[in-house]
Design a protein around this ligand. Structure first.
Ligand SMILES: Cc1cc2nc3c(=O)[nH]c(=O)nc-3n(C[C@H](O)[C@H](O)[C@H](O)COP(=O)(O)OP(=O)(O)OC[C@H]3O[C@@H](n4cnc5c(N)ncnc54)[C@H](O)[C@@H]3O)c2cc1C
Length: 382
């Protein structure tokens, strides 16, 4: 991925949008435990930001995937992690499979309003009894005439309290676990759906919900792509989610390092700035190097993906590295802030809480390691 003038313009646009429309409200949204997606998304849509990589036919900008990564990185200037994550769900986590494999009718009904900011989407994969092992989900959709009738529960669903639709993974058959699932577009106003908010240690401005489906009826034509192919489509969709996650860490980590340099330059112990201790400035130099390495890996992955390559291995590596490095940067920097780092809402303590999720959500570090090991051919056979 090489940055062009057009990439830079998009970067400026998003950075200004975050400064004007997001940051002034972050403290209130963190306090409320939710940001108003139905107010923010139409403003983003006006600038084309919810459909950067999607076809113009459905209201998108028709640009390649690298532009989506520019937005993910630029959103990292936001004063919280919750809003960038929720935006990523809309643009890169619940819509890629619909855009690539959905019928024209489904795209008009669900994708176009999501791009226009009129509908908030969510992705329903994880369940109370199945997260890392996606094949073990038990939510089922049985055929009844022209309908599917859905029963089950989804857990940890970002945007779940506000969503107008859910791209839901459910078992639609009795066959092998990787061939019996479908992605189903579910309007969230259907009878039989209820929602319960989940409280978290971080990402406070993003709402997370448990969703319950009790005999929920949707037309069978709401299946994305071919029935039974849902597991595979979700694994493909995960690649964009994982690249978004990696890209959205980059500027957060840079800002945490910048703020730590500023803080430790001002803060004096034993008659000199904390920064003047070699152990401190060497550590910050090392962390910055690691962030640049993550940036190079993420760009390489995004560039190959934009050219149509399978990037499962590289995207898993980028997501793994992003999670691990976020923990390292946030923890090391928080240490150099002393007691001030342990206060509730400054840049470093918020990043410490928010970025902790990167090693868990969208596939835990260990799941990424499993995928990488599979590509290395080092997994035990059988
Ligand atoms: C704030 C938040 C937002 C989320 N948003 C969404 C969303 O919008 N949609 C959605 O579908 N899901 C969402 N998730 C769910 C997320 O993807 C899962 O939490 C994640 O996949 C891990 O699943 P689990 O929590 O069930 O952990 P488990 O599967 O119970 O695993 C627990 C831990 O065990 C370890 N582990 C697992 N497998 C292995 C292994 N093979 N080897 C070694 N160790 C292993 C890992 O450390 C893992 O963290 C979200 C989660 C959170 C916390």
């Amino acid at each position: 991925m090489t940055w062009t003038e057009e990439h830079r313009k998009l970067d400026d646009l998003v950075t200004r949008f975050v400064r004007d429309e997001v940051d002034p409200h972050v403290d209130a949204w963190e306090e409320a435990g939710m940001f108003p997606a139905h107010e923010l998304f139409p403003k983003m849509a006006e600038l084309g930001l919810l459909g950067i990589k999607y076809p113009e036919e459905y209201g998108g900008l028709g640009l390649d995937f690298t532009y989506s990564m520019v937005m993910a990185e630029a959103f990292g200037v936001a004063a919280c992690g919750g809003v960038p994550m929720a935006v990523g769900v809309q643009t890169d986590m619940c819509t890629p499979a619909l855009a690539r494999f959905g019928s024209d009718a489904l795209k008009r009904e669900f994708l176009a309003p999501a791009i226009a900011g009129q509908a908030v989407g969510c992705i329903g994969v994880s369940e109370p009894g199945a997260g890392s092992d996606v094949s073990a989900i038990t939510t089922a959709a049985r055929r009844d005439g022209d309908d599917l009738v859905i029963d089950g529960a989804k857990m940890w669903i970002t945007n779940g309290m506000q969503a107008d639709w859910c791209c839901l993974l459910a078992n639609t058959g009795d066959g092998p676990a990787h061939k019996n699932k479908s992605l189903i577009m579910v309007p969230m106003d259907r009878p039989g759906i209820s929602r319960q908010k989940i409280e978290k240690i971080g990402m406070h401005s993003s709402d997370t919900a448990q969703l319950f489906f009790d005999d929920v009826r949707v037309p069978a034509r709401n299946v994305v792509g071919q029935e039974g192919m849902g597991f595979t489509l979700q694994m493909l969709q995960f690649q964009e989610e994982r690249m978004y996650a990696a890209a959205s860490c980059l500027r957060v980590l840079d800002r945490v390092i910048d703020a730590t340099i500023d803080y430790t330059r001002e803060r004096k112990t034993f008659g000199k700035p904390v920064l003047d201790n070699q152990v401190v400035h060497f550590r910050l130099a090392e962390l910055r190097t690691e962030v640049e390495a993550l940036r190079a890996l993420t760009y390489a992955c995004a560039g190959k993906y934009a050219e149509g390559e399978d990037v499962t291995r590289l995207a898993s590596m980028a997501k793994l590295k992003a999670g691990r490095l976020s923990r390292e940067v946030a923890d090391s920097c928080l240490q150099y802030w002393g007691g001030m780092g342990f206060t509730a809402d400054n840049i470093v303590s918020r990043a410490y809480r928010d970025t902790r999720l990167v090693s868990i959500g969208g596939g835990a570090d260990e799941v990424m390691l499993g995928i990488i090991a599979k590509y290395e051919g080092t997994l035990p056979r059988g």
